[in-house]
Write a protein that binds this ligand. Structure first.
Ligand SMILES: C[S@@+](CC[C@H](N)C(=O)[O-])C[C@H]1O[C@@H](n2cnc3c(N)ncnc32)[C@H](O)[C@@H]1O
Length: 205
């Protein structure tokens, strides 16, 4: 991180970032967004180009962008500061803990665009989507709420489908209804490497 990045993180974060504690408290969330409306979680947003498009397309959603990597968080903060949509807040946190702590039925949509793939067999257990994560997502989503995942690793897509198929709380949705997105930074790399993109949509029963 540059000195400028560090100072932007503090200054712009004062306007656009909220704590994980505020996010999991429904009252504090509405206050932090300045409006009470359905909540969506965008997990591992990187520099957040897709988050911004989502927020512009869906002004009736409060979108919590959750990320751990500070240099990309700064890029999102700068974009938000430069005429960003008002319905986005950044949360610096481990998304697995945030999802686990959300109140039951408090979330409309949870989206993961290109979660870290951990392609090596010995690292597969580090993938974010596992049965504990799905339990936590099932708790957080309202009935009829959506889980959207995109990946450029066919093996990850297969693993997610298998996990969801053995979970009572979800049914497969129509992947063509996934929220439109710009090609993200990570997706570009996958496409250049010749990988196939899979979009997955699941509905909370
Ligand atoms: C492969 S990148 C994809 C970034 C972006 N979605 C894109 O498509 O370009 C995965 C992102 O997830 C973030 N990430 C990984 N684990 C996370 C966690 N536990 N909580 C929040 N973010 C996480 C990483 O910092 C990284 O920015």
């Amino acid at each position: 991180m540059t000195d400028q990045g560090r100072s932007d993180l503090i200054e712009l974060g004062a306007d656009w970032a909220i704590t994980a504690e505020a996010l999991v408290s429904q009252h504090a969330t509405s206050e932090a967004f300045g409006i009470e409306q359905p909540l969506a979680l965008d997990i591992g947003v990187g520099s957040g180009e897709a988050t911004i498009m989502w927020a512009r397309n869906q002004p009736g959603l409060n979108i919590a962008a959750i990320e751990l990597h500070r240099p990309t968080m700064v890029q999102l903060l700068r974009a938000l500061d430069n005429n960003g949509p008002p319905n986005v807040r950044l949360i610096e946190a481990d998304a697995t803990a945030v999802v686990r702590d959300m109140a039951a039925g408090s979330v409309e949509t949870i989206r993961l665009l290109f979660p870290d793939p951990w392609p090596k067999r010995r690292h597969v257990e580090r993938r974010m989507v596992n049965s504990q994560f799905l339990n936590d997502v099932a708790n957080a989503l309202r009935t009829g709420g959506r889980l959207e995942i995109a990946t450029d690793w066919l093996d990850y897509a297969k693993q997610v489908r298998q996990l969801v198929a053995s979970h009572d709380c979800f049914e497969a949705g129509d992947s063509s209804t996934a929220e439109p997105r710009p090609t993200t930074a990570y997706e570009t790399r996958g496409v250049k490497a010749g990988r196939t993109i899979t979009d997955l949509v699941f509905i909370r029963r």
